[in-house]
Design a protein around this ligand. Structure first.
Ligand SMILES: [Zn+2]
Length: 473
């Protein structure tokens, strides 16, 4: 009986100690909210697009460097990609951070649509993503240090998520090979840590080359590159009927000629193909190439194409997902101040919603083992080489869609910052638990190996092309 009592006391003591150090970490993060808010809003203001995030990447590197992290920049032949490491022994936990903005979406931090005068805007909240992940890396480092724990924490600065497939090159270069678990999150309109899916994606720019001529004076001498593009689009649009119905194809004509009286000698169309299974994406893409070849043949033009992006679907890890859900639930959602509420009400109205659903910002969505999602992310490739887990927080007013001006606006206010700090805390608590209970890592790895299959070989969908550093130029 005495032995039992001692065991109980020791256990309770350890539990209280763990609880105290976790509370300390959360307090520290609360105290640093102002500093991280400054960093996030600076990134928001710069709004740099994919592979052009020189200042944003630089500021995060500087922040981590000051905290004693060892920085390796320019990894995977990408100038704005970097790795920041702390610790020399123990499991390696990676935290992903993004920081690229979207073209054409400049917006002020006000509840009505108005450009901030820039070309790009943080309509996917990656300024919050990168900053929260940085805050978490620093908090975990402080905890490792204070508790003399063995563990390595690694922040991955991941450029060009939006269409640039930045992480694919990073995975391909092997920088994740010795990682035990990868943690990420994403800004959103609700707090949720369900096992989300994502679609595999393959994109390319198809370029047609014709012969210029006066469109009225000598049309017989011309061959229209735009005809090539249009013929390809007609064929691909017909193809939609004969592909799995949960596939997605989209395109924009990025160059259609300059003047109606000049037969265009150059035209370009930019395509995406997506599906929940990467093999289906590859087969649809191959058929799109055939359509392009046929279009060139029929219009007397020539064609080539450049792979732009290619990502795997997400491989969920339920062991980790459940853990993150518990931590997110422990941290909890947010309440709005009266000022935030007024802002949120106006945004909500602009979305055509009858009333603001403030309770969504406060709630944590119930855990689901399969949440539908039709977007794509280059986190997919990471999830196929290391057990990976993510979640979202309500950095945007409930009802807001990603890639909208409403997302940019909220991301530039204290609502975005509150969601960012919830994310930083959730990542930190998750990492603490993994360092304290390495058996969870083992379990997650076993699940990962089983799901991925024994014969899995990682094959990037974009092949061996070098990083498309100029895809936003
Ligand atoms: Zn995003």
């Amino acid at each position: 009986m005495k032995k039992f009592l001692i065991a109980v006391l020791v256990f309770t003591g350890l539990f209280l100690q763990a609880q105290e150090s976790a509370d300390k970490l959360l307090d520290q993060l609360d105290q640093q909210t102002k500093d991280y808010s400054k960093i996030a809003l600076q990134l928001w203001d710069w709004a740099e697009m994919g592979y052009q995030e020189v200042k944003s990447s630089g500021l995060l590197q500087e922040t981590l460097n000051k905290e004693g992290f060892k920085i390796t920049s320019g990894i995977a032949d990408i100038p704005t990609a970097f790795m920041a490491e702390y610790g020399t022994e123990g499991p390696v936990i990676a935290i992903l951070g993004e920081f690229d903005a979207l073209p054409g979406l400049s917006q002020k931090a006000i509840p009505t649509k108005e450009s901030a005068g820039g070309v790009a805007g943080h309509a996917c909240g990656h300024h919050l993503f990168g900053t929260a992940s940085t805050a978490a890396a620093v908090a975990i480092k402080n905890w490792l240090k204070a508790n003399r724990k063995k563990g390595r924490i690694r922040f991955y600065g991941c450029p060009a998520e939006e269409g640039g497939s930045g992480k694919v090159y990073m995975v391909r270069s092997g920088v994740f090979d010795d990682v035990d678990v990868a943690l990420h999150w994403h800004p959103g309109a609700q707090n949720a840590a369900s096992a989300g899916a994502a679609l595999a994606n393959k994109s390319a720019k198809f370029r047609f080359y014709g012969v210029s001529a006066h469109a009225a004076g000598a049309p017989e001498r011309g061959r229209s590159a735009l005809d090539g593009v249009e013929a390809m689009n007609v064929m691909v649009n017909m193809m939609r009927e004969h592909i799995p119905q949960d596939a997605r194809i989209h395109y924009v004509i990025t160059d259609g000629g300059k003047a109606p009286n000049v037969v265009p000698d150059f035209a370009e169309v930019y395509y995406y193909a997506r599906h929940g299974n990467r093999d289906v994406v590859v087969s649809i893409f191959d058929r799109m190439v055939k359509a392009a070849e046929g279009a060139a043949l029929g219009t007397g033009t020539t064609m080539d194409y450049e792979m732009i992006g290619g990502t795997h679907e997400l491989l969920p890890n339920l062991t980790l997902q459940k853990l993150v859900h518990d931590k997110l639930s422990a941290v909890g959602g947010m309440t709005y101040s009266s000022e935030e509420k007024a802002f949120a009400q106006e945004i909500s109205q602009s979305l055509g919603q009858e009333e603001l659903k403030e309770e969504i910002a406060l709630a944590i969505q119930p855990y689901k083992t399969e949440a539908r999602a039709y977007g794509s992310t280059d986190v997919g490739d990471v999830s196929f080489v290391v057990p990976t887990v993510g979640f979202s927080t309500a950095t945007w007013v409930p009802g807001t869609a990603a890639h909208s001006w409403q997302a940019v606006a909220a991301g530039g206010t204290s609502i975005g910052i509150k969601g960012m700090m919830i994310a930083a805390k959730t990542i930190s608590l998750t990492a603490l638990e993994l360092f304290n209970s390495p058996e969870i890592i083992t379990k997650a790895k076993n699940e990962f190996k089983e799901k991925r299959g024994n014969n899995f070989v990682y094959k990037p969908l974009l092949g061996n092309r070098p990083p498309a550093l100029d895809y936003r130029n």
